[in-house]
Ligand binder design. Structure first.
Ligand code: BGC
Ligand code: BGC
Length: 584
């Protein structure tokens, strides 16, 4: 650090988006970090090799500067390496919460780290340790649970992503165990899941005790496990923007919790400290950096940011000691993870991307994430033999829908071509006895058809359409049509199982009377086979609700432990079934 100029130090604090990065920009501004924003890839269906080529090029640019400090490339791999074509897509966090299996989640972390490294990427903006207290929040599915204890237990993923911290490591020091591991990021600090009415990026109104006991445990747990970075939340706490909260960032996180990694802003986090955005930007930079933020996900207008920060330091409004603290933290993470020794991708890892082993792991996670909510006359597990089976609903044969947001694209997508995987429909076909059973898929069958065909039973797969962040805020939480009408039509005509594909509990009580079997499948990801494995009894149901399932939205917010608690299905609920042998 003694050898670094102010320009070089500021560069270490800057993270830019790959679309504005170029050899000139990397070199002229000594850029310390590059990211892929949601859906930002080097090309449609880009291969691991193409990702490596891009990341390595930025790295070579960084290494060609005077001091040759490597840049660190970051991406949102929030349910597997989810921006990359052919990656294994695991269930979103809400489903992992339902497994109550931290050891499984650790293995998922290790697999995700390998897939990221397969594309040359060493830094992931995960895990999201939000404690979602209101399912109307558009990011509810990114939260493991409404319960801080479940969220804390799931921070085991940090040890999967980064490796197990040595027992001698002092508390708060970041740890990354080498070339097959990645730097993780606990986000979004703090209280992102507690905003009023679940409005994204809004205000969390809560006592200090409430904030510390509900929203902080996930950070304490992550820090004990050596998490390398923490991302600040767009949201406010009692009216104050978290990006300017010196007491919680410098005081609590770096002081009380002794966090020694680096603190990063959210995307345009400094811009969003004002309304309208980017008004009085220089002042937001001043507040954010003096609050204790170390790296700034600028990510587009880097020139303005660098000029403004330079001014603020030259004018002594930001002390040099603060810049040094930031740079020391960024370099500490880069040194710890071995980026100086191994700045370039290890091309021998490419075959880990979407490997069979990882897909089997995702399938296991899907099986364990399913929550059985109703099972009249033990309808489930379903017979594989001798049945005429109707499969209905748009979500039955739509890989994009079953993966949800943050999959290939930021907002997710519809259809089966965006990446590689098994739809629930494919999975059903693979599982039933081909000799004696017949499966018919009708996306939206009409009543006449239903009555004339003599089906043994129906599997109706309905749910939410993909979304991410603010686009997912939803004040009514109804299943979009034709879902509800189809449940009614099919389930009144045929014995039926309804599989709900959603990022959160949705309105279901009005239809419950017609439904024989009800399964919450959350957003299972690419391995739809896991759904059929359990529906047909190869494995039993074991998942437990990681959230309270409300009766009607006017009850919200309603969380386990509340004084007035009258849910449709309580937190922790989940019926179980035993696996059956293959003869049924
Ligand atoms: C980016 C995302 C980012 C979002 C923030 C999008 O344009 O692609 O990465 O999370 O903006 O609003
Ligand atoms: C999201 C973050 C994400 C970042 C980068 C933001 O909009 O809030 O969770 O890591 O974009 O894509």
């Amino acid at each position: 650090m003694n050898r670094m100029t102010l320009q070089e130090k500021i560069g270490q604090m800057v993270q830019i988006e790959r679309t504005v990065a170029s050899p000139q920009v990397m070199k002229n501004y000594f850029i310390g970090s590059v990211l892929s924003g949601g859906g930002s890839s080097p090309g449609v269906n880009a291969s691991a090799q193409e990702w490596i080529k891009m990341v390595n090029q930025f790295q070579r640019d960084a290494l060609s500067t005077r001091l040759g400090i490597p840049m660190i490339y970051g991406i949102d791999s929030v349910h597997g390496h989810s921006t990359v074509y052919n990656a294994t897509i695991f269930p979103h966090n809400i489903g992992l919460g339902a497994t109550r299996d931290p050891e499984l989640v650790k293995r998922i972390g290790a697999a995700t780290a390998l897939e990221a490294r397969a594309t040359g990427i060493p830094y992931l903006f995960a895990p999201c340790v939000a404690v979602c207290r209101d399912p109307r929040w558009g990011r509810c599915y990114e939260s493991y649970s409404e319960d801080p204890e479940v969220v804390s237990s799931m921070t085991e993923i940090v040890t999967g992503l980064q490796g197990d911290i040595p027992s001698t490591s002092p508390k708060g020091v970041p740890y990354v165990g080498g070339k097959t591991k990645v730097a993780a990021c606990a986000k979004h600090y703090v209280g992102d899941g507690g905003t009023v009415n679940g409005i994204n990026e809004n205000n969390t109104i809560l006592s200090r005790h409430g904030l510390l006991s509900i929203h902080m445990p996930g950070y304490s747990a992550s820090i004990i496990k050596g998490v390398s970075t923490v991302m600040v939340s767009y949201s406010s706490w009692n009216g104050d923007k978290m990006h300017g909260n010196r007491d919680l960032i410098t005081g609590f996180l770096k002081g009380t919790l002794r966090f020694r990694g680096f603190v990063i802003t959210d995307w345009e986090g400094l811009d969003r400290m004002t309304s309208p955005r980017h008004a009085n930007y220089s002042n937001s930079i001043l507040r954010g950096i003096n609050a204790g933020i170390d790296m700034i996900m600028v990510p587009m207008k880097y020139k303005e940011f660098i000029d403004d920060l330079n001014q603020l330091v030259t004018n002594h409004e930001i002390p040099m000691s603060r810049i040094d603290d930031a740079v020391r933290r960024v370099l500490r993470v880069k040194f710890t993870m071995g980026l100086f020794e191994n700045p370039l991708a290890d091309e021998t890892l490419v075959n880990h991307l979407g490997s069979h082993e990882h897909r089997e792991l995702a399938r296991e996670a899907v099986r364990k994430s399913l929550v059985l909510l109703k099972n009249t006359n033990s309808m489930l597990p379903l017979p594989k033999k001798g049945s005429k089976i109707l499969v209905a609903g748009a979500h039955a044969d739509n890989l994009g829908y079953q993966c949800g947001g943050w999959t290939i694209q930021w907002q997710g997508q519809s259809g089966n071509n965006a990446t590689v995987g098994t739809t629930i429909m494919d999975a059903i076909m693979n599982t039933v006895d081909k000799q004696s059973s017949q499966v018919v898929y009708q996306e939206n069958p009409d009543t006449k058809y239903l009555q004339s065909e003599g089906f043994s039973y129906a599997i109706v797969v309905v749910g939410e359409l993909p979304y991410a962040e603010t686009e997912g805020n939803n004040m009514n939480l109804t299943i979009p049509e034709p879902g509800p009408t189809m449940i009614k039509n099919v389930c009144r005509a045929v014995k039926c199982v309804v599989v709900v594909v959603s990022g959160r509990p949705v309105v279901i009580e009005p239809y419950l009377k017609w439904i024989d079997g009800l399964v919450a499948a959350w957003l299972p990801g690419t391995e739809g086979q896991g759904v059929a494995d359990v529906l047909f009894g190869n494995y039993g149901f074991s998942g437990k609700l990681s959230r309270t399932w409300f009766r009607s939205v006017d009850q919200l917010p309603m969380n386990v432990g509340d004084e007035h608690y009258d849910p449709l299905f309580p937190f922790g609920f989940g019926l179980t079934t035993e696996p059956t042998d293959d003869s049924n």
